[in-house]
Design a protein around this ligand. Structure first.
Ligand code: FJE
Ligand code: FE
Length: 301
């Protein structure tokens, strides 16, 4: 091993292999999302199904809809969103808060703005393995102050899931996942390990960053970067402003994926079964029969 490789602290640095600009599109009812993973050119990045940078202003939102077979991770950047589900679970998340929802066998819920102005955030859909698709739904919610932060050499990290700079998140990820929110001051240089067998991506939120190799061109906000193989990752802030991005990695499932909108299973038969279950309000959708969210009933206005 050469001296240069030793100083990196890992054997093979991951470089950027694909880059996508996420352009705005309409979703939900009147909401705007910049979808990067889950769009036509990138249907699936195992285990990740969807990455949306959303922007919602009342009365727009994501009214009553179901999910089965995966997890949704909602990480707020600005404003507040209220979610309500058919079990009576209700909560509001604001800037810096995260809701890690395991839909499992079935959730029906609404996700709507809870304030004037524009609510912004990221929603990531993480697939569940065949043996976890039909587990009981559960929520893990962390308010901003409970998300561990660590700071070192001009780098700040908020550890939503996994571990960074010696700080661990308490979030349990059914599909092993790392979710880190990094802010690099001008001049800062990050080196971070990523398990070799995991798929990893960066999504740039703010400022401009140099990712993978020090010679690569700077990348600005709304860009998704897929990282190639390796056991580590490097980023540089060569600009005069703060750079903020998320680094997300997950263990690929290596299973067939059959998706019909908010239902993600392994086979066509399981999708047909899911449609049946949802229409007949059985196998986890029992409470869908008579439930409407408060927002659907007009209770908010
Ligand atoms: C959904 C269309 C949708 N991205 N980002 C179809 F819009 C949705 C959906 C969301 C969503 C919700 C939030 Cl809070 C943030 C999002 C898509 O709810 F689930 C389907 N099936
Ligand atoms: Fe949803």
């Amino acid at each position: 091993m050469s001296g240069a490789e030793v100083s990196l602290g890992f054997e093979e640095g991951r470089v950027v292999v694909r880059k996508f600009l996420a352009r705005p599109q309409h979703e939900g009812v009147g909401a705007i999302v910049r979808r990067s993973i889950g769009r036509f050119e990138l249907r699936y990045f195992d285990p990740f199904l969807v990455l949306d940078e959303f922007s919602v202003t009342a009365p727009a939102g994501f009214p009553d809809h179901p999910h089965r077979g995966f997890e949704t991770v909602t990480y707020m950047l600005q404003g507040v969103i209220t979610h309500e589900d058919f079990e009576g679970h209700k909560g509001t998340i604001g800037a810096g808060d995260v809701q890690w929802m395991t839909a499992g066998r079935g959730i029906v819920h609404s996700e709507m703005p809870a304030a004037q102005g524009t609510q912004k955030g990221l929603q990531l859909w993480i697939n569940l393995s065949s043996k976890h698709k039909m587990i009981e739904p559960k929520y893990q919610e962390m308010v901003s102050k409970d998300i561990s932060e660590a700071t070192k050499d001009g780098i700040k990290v908020r550890v939503v899931a996994g571990e960074a700079l010696g700080t661990k998140s308490p979030i349990y990820t059914e599909t092993p996942t790392m979710y880190l929110d990094f802010t690099l001051k001008p001049g800062a240089h990050l080196q971070h390990p990523i398990p070799v067998s995991w798929n990893a991506f960066v999504y740039v939120l703010e400022g401009e960053g140099v990712f993978g190799t020090p010679q690569s061109l700077p990348v600005a906000g709304h860009h998704l970067l897929l990282l190639g193989p390796g056991d580590g990752f490097e980023a540089w802030n060569k600009s005069s402003k703060n750079l903020r991005f998320i680094l997300v990695a997950g263990q690929p499932l290596g299973e067939p994926v059959k998706q019909l909108g908010p239902f993600v299973m392994n086979t066509e038969e399981e999708i047909d079964q899911t449609i049946d279950d949802f229409e007949n309000c059985v196998n986890g959708f029992e409470k869908a029969a008579h439930w409407r969210s408060g927002s659907a009933l007009g209770l908010d206005f």
